[in-house]
Design a binder for this molecule. Structure first.
Ligand code: SAH
Length: 376
């Protein structure tokens, strides 16, 4: 192929990716040639700038409780992990961290937890949201797993704005293996549907390199992002936690579906982030903590230059953080939030970007169209 043919070929592939063509997605996911990869990085950065601009929105993450009744086989805070002291923060403690988010200029707090109706009754969450809302104007995002429609509704009415719930994989067989006792992928997708119906901005996402995940699965994950017309999309590598069934078998070197297996490495995660930006140009996409965990030095920057426009600094008080190990050695070193924040903002400016101002609502929400929205 001469140079012109190569350019034409890439251009036609770009169009196919933008239209979420499965084979074109797999072509880029498995690409190794520098020339192809640099083209993908360039496109994702261009599309990010064009659709969501140069602002990097900062969302303060507060891990409010590690109580969990679920037994996801990859997650360090699963019910079956008995080597873990469980906690639920007090509302005044959470409020102190929310005030810190306001002081640092963040437009959003993300309240994340395990899944436990017993330890985190719906009414408690409602009171928490009301308390925050009565004092602050920032956006409130919840990531508390699957709950009842009534609870989602009550929390929305109390002032919550957004909900994050990853589907982790679009392969229903693999989803079933990962989530014993769960009703299944359809039920998780139904929760996302309910949340959107109520009026939340909805976020979902996946892990890259789950044992058993194939290239075909990963391409299907990307197609589902687009089909769900998500406001927020989180993509991070699977990180083995030794106190979990999946993590320990991975660490013992058990091989799953050799050949077709997606690796849980940095480059594959970055390709997935870049393609996510191309298939969902308007979404808010974080450069995830899990990505920063595999590359402490430059993971965040690489995510931001290959499609991402959000970072979620951890505002959980340091003495709780070690109890919220969904995977080991999370990127944070226990550094105080204020120090981390000033280093992070300097890193953002060094990329030629700037910290976002205001809530950083989903640009997608205002423009959902009949064409994209299967509910209409
Ligand atoms: N209970 C909440 C929060 C779960 S933790 C909920 O269900 O939404 C948030 C995300 O961390 C999960 O959705 C999962 O994608 C990711 N995660 C959990 N364990 C992980 C691991 N071992 N490696 C990488 N990511 C993990």
């Amino acid at each position: 192929m001469n140079d012109k043919q190569k350019v034409d070929n890439l251009e036609s592939l770009r169009k196919r990716v933008m239209h979420a063509d499965r084979e074109a997605l797999i072509y880029f996911l498995t690409a190794e040639r520098e020339e192809v990869l640099s083209t993908l990085w360039e496109w994702s950065d261009q599309v990010r700038r064009q659709h969501v601009g140069d602002a990097v929105h900062l969302r303060g993450l507060i891990e409010v409780s590690n109580y969990c009744a679920a037994n996801c086989i990859y997650c360090g805070i699963r019910a079956g992990n008995h080597h873990l002291l469980r906690y639920r923060m007090e509302i005044p403690e959470i409020l102190t961290q929310v005030r810190l988010a306001v002081k640092l200029g963040y437009g959003t707090v993300v309240l994340q937890s395990g899944e436990s109706s017993r330890q985190m009754p719906g009414r408690w969450v409602t009171e928490l949201i009301r308390t925050i809302r009565s004092e602050c104007d920032l956006a409130i995002t919840l990531g508390m797993g699957e709950r009842s429609r009534d609870e989602y509704q009550e929390w929305f009415s109390a002032g919550a704005n957004r909900y994050l719930m990853r589907y982790e994989t679009s392969n229903s067989g693999l989803f079933h293996t990962l989530h014993p006792g769960h009703l299944g992928l359809e039920s998780r997708l139904n929760s996302l549907h309910l949340l959107r119906e109520i009026g939340y901005e909805i976020g979902s996402g996946i892990m890259v390199g789950i044992p058993g995940q194939t290239w075909d699965d990963l391409a299907a994950d990307l197609l589902l992002f687009r089909q769900l017309n998500l406001d927020m999309i989180g993509v991070g590598p699977f990180l083995p936690h030794p106190e979990t069934p999946l993590g320990s078998s991975y660490l013992e070197g058990q091989v799953f579906t050799p050949g077709a297996q997606v690796p849980n490495n940095e480059i594959t995660t970055l390709k997935t982030v870049a393609l996510t930006r191309l298939v969902c140009p308007m979404a808010n996409i974080p450069s995830t903590t899990a990505l920063a965990a595999v590359d402490v030095k430059s993971g965040h920057e690489l995510g931001l230059s290959r499609g991402a426009n959000v970072i979620m600094p951890n505002l959980t008080p340091t003495h709780y953080r070690s109890l919220y190990e969904i995977y080991p050695a999370k990127a944070d070193t226990g550094e105080a939030a204020e120090h981390y924040d000033s280093r992070l903002k300097a890193r953002i400016l060094a990329l030629g970007r700037h910290p976002g101002i205001g809530r950083g609502d989903s640009p997608n929400k205002g423009v959902r169209t009949c064409e994209h929205n299967p509910e209409h």
